[in-house]
Design a protein around this ligand. Sequence first.
Ligand code: SF4
Length: 301
Amino acid sequence: VLEVGIGNPGPDGEQPSMALPEIWSNPVESRLSDSNLLAEVFAELMPRGVDEEKTEQVVSTMLQRIEEGLVGRLTRAEVIDGERVEGLRTEYPFTISNPVSFETVPRTRWTPDGIEQLAGIERASIDMDGSIDLALCSSHEDGTSSIRPIDLKTEQAASILDDSGSLLDALGNHATEPANDAEIEMLRHHRLQLALYHRALEMMEATRPEGQRRRVERPAILVGVTGRLVIYPVEMFEQAQAQIDDILATAARMELATELPLADFQRLPQSKAHVCAMCPFSMGDLPICGPLSETEASIET
Ligand code: SF4
């Protein structure tokens, strides 16, 4: 519904402050509160067996809160803190190529005379694709232009029905910093995804001639249950950017090396057991991995 229903105020004047594709800057009235649109989307996408009445109540409440929140106000051309939205794109598809470098990994083969090294690899390029829920383009009163990746999250959606939940506690807070532990945890959980979206937009902007590039703002999560726009704090965002590079380098080494010692990949400690709980290696009747027990951890140290 957000993809097809969000309004677009278009530029303040004939042209946007920095060039945008026409489809990004065409003014469009918001349809987020349009019950016909909701009915159309439900008719097309609602899975069987779902309680339609409750789903409609949850979705229409979320849409109403988004419309009344910062994103709704900005996309109705309201100027907030010197920022005016002048264009946007929903479900923006991207493909990026990430160059990564790492400690040399050997490609080897067995020979009767022993293992023979065929190559040593120390750089790779990892291609990734995806789509960004919402890229919001703005002009600012200081004359600059920006673009911000935003992802809608519908976690705790059912809490709308009983009007109680940790994310709901922040309802009515208009600041863009995380307002409580639930929002911090939500940001932390999705930090790598959002850091990747930011990187995709940085790469897109870098292809434009100098002087015609938008500043890529820190990413934000649009919290569905409250309609709040929560922007990543600087420190969390910078850590996520660094973690992406580490993870990509590890993934490339695992993929490229003929053999890597298991000791290079330490199991996670008990304090990270929640990560293991989502890992395929720790699932099923016979899990093949899991977090280190306290005894194992003390032996390793
Ligand atoms: S189950 Fe094993 S592989 Fe999976 S996250 Fe935990 S330690 Fe890592």
